[in-house]
Ligand binder design. Sequence first.
Ligand code: ME8
Length: 640
Amino acid sequence: MSKTFYITTPIYYPSGNLHIGNSYTTVLCDAMARYKKGKGFDTRYLTGMDEHGQKIETVAKELGKTPQEHVNHIAEETKKLWDMLQIDYDDFIRTTEQRHKTVVKKIFEQLLDQDDIYLGEYEGYYCMPDESFFTETQLGEDKTCPDCGRPVELVKEESYFLRLSKYQDRLLKYIEEHPDFITPEQRKNEVVSFIKQGLNDISVSRKSFDWGVKVVSNPAHVVYVWIDALSNYITALGYNSQDESLYDKYWKGDEVVHVVGKDILRFHAIYWPIMLMALDVPISFKLYAHGWYMMKDGKMSKSKGQVIYPEQLIKRYGLDAVRYYLLRELPFSGDGVFTPEDFVNRVNYDLANDFGNLLNRTITMANKYFDSKLEKPQKQYTEFDELLEKEIENTVKSYDAHMDELQVSLALQDIFTLVSRSNKYIDETAPWVLAKDEDAKDELNSVLYHLIESLRIIGIMLSPIMLESSKQLFKQLNIPKSLEHFETRTYGYIEHIKVIDKPTPIFPRLEKKDEEAYIASLLNQREEEPMVEEDFATIEDFMKLDFVVGEIVESKVHPDADKLLVSQIDTGDKVRQIVSGISKYYKPEELVGKKVVVVKNLKPVKLRGVLSEGMVLAGKNNENLEILEVSSLNKGDKIS
Ligand code: ME8
């Protein structure tokens, strides 16, 4: 019977759009589940939404929706995002589902009956965005949340408490006896020193709001959102329900992994195992706490215009460039910084130059020298053959070791070292020289065969991560299905092969400056928050915009971004400066004299350092962009 592997992401708060930071975890878990499946494991992948709590209640109210309407909408949007990222999850749990709420109620009552939960009075501070309690001494400057720096509220209310203190020693012992329970090591040390300072019992219910699971024996109380949320990892498996088969199979199976960000380590490394101890449920999981994607100026922040959403990147650069970047750039134990320059470099150097070229060169040479047909060679011809075969073997070993430790960034590094090594093998063996010598035909066949085997094995290793390009690679090399499997990652499986007649490049090189400017411009799109917008614009929304005729008096290319034009446009009241991404379609001098439609009252923004006071309307299709022009109206005339 196959071994089991159960992997989970945190369940996300539906408080706004999921950005590349949250997406990182979900792509990481997806790659892990696919890898384990490739290795023959019976896998289960759970993700979902954490839909209760004061924060969600408040956000929904601000949007004029009921909390349920709000979370329904965001759950749908989130699923669309996961579809776009081709996340192959097996279950998507929402804490508002009955299957979850029923079990949370039972868990709470059981802990209450056992006296692991007791009624008391809470007085302290609450950070709503983090849904976390703090004592006065834990607060940051000016009574702010020590984790996120935002203001906290003073809470004084009757509350239930969970006896963390009772389990403190048992938990420390558990961590000592299971050295690989929490990774990376540095995070484990943080947890151990936190526990050693002494654990206080925590408040596990709230009375002052409504949106959550009601305590059965005392419905004035709502179960604390973290107790509710953490339970998802077992409620989704049917724990304490009529059908516990998934729970028995996966929770009590071979490997269980929770992947979380560093900020929610404490909840998973302390509260969750203690809840399980109290419930007498085995602590079967290992915990991996990763770092964060930051922006150049610090944390990702919507309000500072410092956030990037995966949808926009996927649309322009394709799924694999984004999955590759996300998993390659963030080291497992530290933070990473998202920059447009790094993104473009990764695509150009790693994907287009190294990987794409290797495939392209290999197929082109197979077409040219052997009419696309190659045979397994009978012997090694040069020391380079042996070296490459060894390199393939070592890469597979190192890749597996890294993947088994969730070090996906290092596993990718292993693959790309083999890519470089294979490119170097072409230079070392110089096939173009061999091609001139009729007696070297077999040796030349051997060179190309080695390259194809190396690429095939690279393709298999990439397949959990780069879904489309690994398929493309197999297709262009015409690899039989049976040789796309993980157990065939050894040199020499192919007997004969006929690759396709002409390669298609899988990663076109990006125009560095243009694309850096494009990605940088995405960072400033503060207004674009599709997940919290209403489905319809009202007439009032429309009336807020002030459309007028403007006459372009001057236009120049933006000093720092070739894609952008900076135009001076007379809208009757004044000459305003507007930056537009249209230089691909219009020369600056062509614009002068045009009478165009301007949105006059958009909030001014700086685009690549240049102020833009409005927007020029244009229409667009796949080939063309055309500015909307008027003929008989005059500058300053109103349009509605
Ligand atoms: O914490 N880079 O949900 P959440 C990397 N509902 N990861 C990031 C990140 C960034 N810039 N920003 C956020 C919650 N994350 C709870 C979880 S689980 C039982 C309940 C990660 O939507 C963050 O570290 O606020 C966390 O792991 C995840 O996104 C969800 O955050």
